[in-house]
Design a binder for this molecule. Structure first.
Ligand SMILES: NC(=O)c1ccc[n+]([C@@H]2O[C@H](COP(=O)([O-])OP(=O)(O)OC[C@H]3O[C@@H](n4cnc5c(N)ncnc54)[C@H](OP(=O)(O)O)[C@@H]3O)[C@@H](O)[C@H]2O)c1
Length: 179
């Protein structure tokens, strides 16, 4: 039974055709190069305009520290991790499990949450807490890497909302989750 909550949760993520979000060593060049070839922002700016909170796993947070600039200025960022030191980075809050995170988001008055990172997305899906999924698929098979999807407690029925074909064979589809 999905837990009742006061905020919506959305996924906006890029994958290979075989469903990987990063190579095993974290490399994303296969994705970014094809995204650049497709041109434009692939709908990211419109998506992020409606978001007040980003939730990510440590596996997504740590690589973001190496980017030229912090990607989420102006948004509250909550990181799920059992190992990160809490309070070490003033730009984020750290949460040890989903229950604690949900309580904290509700106390902060979060309304629209961007859920990022494969393990964390799967955690939210299993809890019946994802409302919308936008997947941008680039035309490559990686064979191995960090998966987007994995075992669930049961089927997750989806309603197709839209599909757009960009340049360079990049295809983006949005689904509503029928929780
Ligand atoms: N293609 C894209 O659009 C895209 C988007 C985002 C990320 N990425 C890439 O994907 C990779 C990361 O994805 P990932 O699936 O490996 O990891 P992830 O979901 O970002 O992070 C996994 C970590 O989050 C913590 N975690 C997850 N669920 C938790 C829970 N229920 N309770 C407490 N902690 C929890 C754990 O940290 P602890 O081990 O500390 O407990 C776990 O090791 C990176 O290479 C990143 O750059 C790609």
């Amino acid at each position: 039974m999905p837990r009742s909550r006061t905020f919506r949760c959305s996924v906006f993520i890029g994958t290979s055709l075989d469903g990987f979000i990063a190579r095993a060593d974290g490399d994303l060049e296969w994705l970014t190069s094809r995204g650049e070839a497709a041109g434009g922002d692939l709908g990211y700016n419109a998506f992020i305009e409606g978001i007040d909170t980003v939730v990510m796993g440590r596996g997504t947070y740590e690589p973001a520290l190496t980017y030229d600039s912090w990607p989420h200025d102006g948004l509250h960022v909550a990181v799920l991790s059992t190992t990160l030191e809490a309070g070490a980075d003033p730009r984020v809050t750290v949460h040890r499990d989903l229950g604690e995170l949900v309580t904290a988001l509700e106390e902060r008055g979060a309304k629209s949450v961007y859920v990022d990172g494969g393990q964390v997305i799967r955690t939210f899906l299993r809890a019946g807490m994802i409302d919308q999924i936008t997947i941008t698929t680039v035309p490559v098979l990686l064979g191995t890497g960090s998966p987007l999807f994995g075992p669930l407690g049961g089927d997750v029925p989806l309603a197709h909302r839209s599909t757009q074909v960009f340049g360079a064979g990049v295809v983006q589809s949005t689904y509503a989750v029928e929780n």
